[in-house]
Design a protein around this ligand. Sequence first.
Ligand SMILES: Cc1cc2nc3c(=O)[nH]c(=O)nc-3n(C[C@H](O)[C@H](O)[C@H](O)COP(=O)(O)OP(=O)(O)OC[C@H]3O[C@@H](n4cnc5c(N)ncnc54)[C@H](O)[C@@H]3O)c2cc1C
Length: 346
Amino acid sequence: MNENTTFHYERNCSLKPFNTFGIEAQAHYLAKAEDIETLRDIITAEQFQNTPVLFLGGGSNVLFTKNYFEGLVVLMQIKGISVLKEDDTHVWLQVGAGEVWHEFVLECIKRNLGGVENLSLIPGTVGAAPMQNIGAYGVEIKDTFDSLEAVDRKTGQLRLFTNADCKFGYRESVFKHELKDQYIITSVTFRLVKNPTTYTISYGDIQKTLQEMGMQTPSLRAVSDAVIHIRQSKLPDPKQIGNAGSFFKNPVISQDLFEKIKQQNPTIPSYPAETGYVKIPAGWLIEQAGWKGFRVGNVGVHTRQALVLVNYGNGTGEEIRHLSEIIQTSVKERFGVLLHTEVNFI
Ligand SMILES: Cc1cc2nc3c(=O)[nH]c(=O)nc-3n(C[C@H](O)[C@H](O)[C@H](O)COP(=O)(O)OP(=O)(O)OC[C@H]3O[C@@H](n4cnc5c(N)ncnc54)[C@H](O)[C@@H]3O)c2cc1C
């Protein structure tokens, strides 16, 4: 315990172990929240009323743009997985915000529960997953998401959010917009399929990889293994080279603009979007603009995946931010498309 507070915190702590970019930033104060009571104590602590407070999961979707965070960083470590209810076909699992996402996916596979296997190996925590409706290989968490509980940062009260309340979209939720910085997610409840017999394997290389692995009939474990295999071959491991996955979102552009770009670039890939719009891969735009493999000092664009900005070691958040802005300008000038960042700037 510290003087004047009921919870423990430290001063002047390095945040390097807590962000996958491996940025060497410092926090003025650092605390852990392992339960809702501590969380309430933190948000009501008089000492921190006029201090910025950042709630952090695995730090895999943040960029510390300053060397020093002049406030309190709270590591979200509320654990626990429990069955809320079940019927003949589904199980509702309530999962603590601080559970590691991939470990939760593996636990579902162990219990033969389907729905999140395509999201294997996504870094981070369960509590951060609804923030941007994490997705991969044709699946998003909104597909199995039932509800979540979150603490109101002003009142300390717990509120339940249904799937509709969260207003999920492509890498979007209400928590990035109307309710930004207003709630701390403490648990998420998923509705998972018991003993599944069908799988989402038409997306990306899953089917091909299953065949290469000699899997004639897919299973939960096989689909998860295939996804892990594909991800490991395509994405840099943050333990080896600092990164936060996709730095930008895939832009959704008007059909008219798409046709204009296509005239000059007949091979441009595209995905369906709402009527009159087309989604195009940001990585393709960045690569065409000549940035793939670009390196300036300690930071750069990954050599195999242009959507991933990397820290080769000792890079600063400011250097990465600067590089991202140059890329945005370059893509805008070349294609007329503005790239929006997926990573949260702190
Ligand atoms: C190699 C790599 C691959 C990736 N691949 C994918 C992918 O395929 N699909 C995908 O969608 N994402 C992907 N990501 C991004 C990232 O893994 C996800 O966004 C993940 O959900 C972030 O979780 P986190 O716990 O690390 O969040 P953090 O980075 O700690 O936090 C992200 C944001 O959420 C807030 N936050 C965190 N926890 C809480 C909470 N409990 N309550 C309220 N706010 C909170 C933080 O303040 C911050 O604004 C990838 C990242 C990496 C490094």
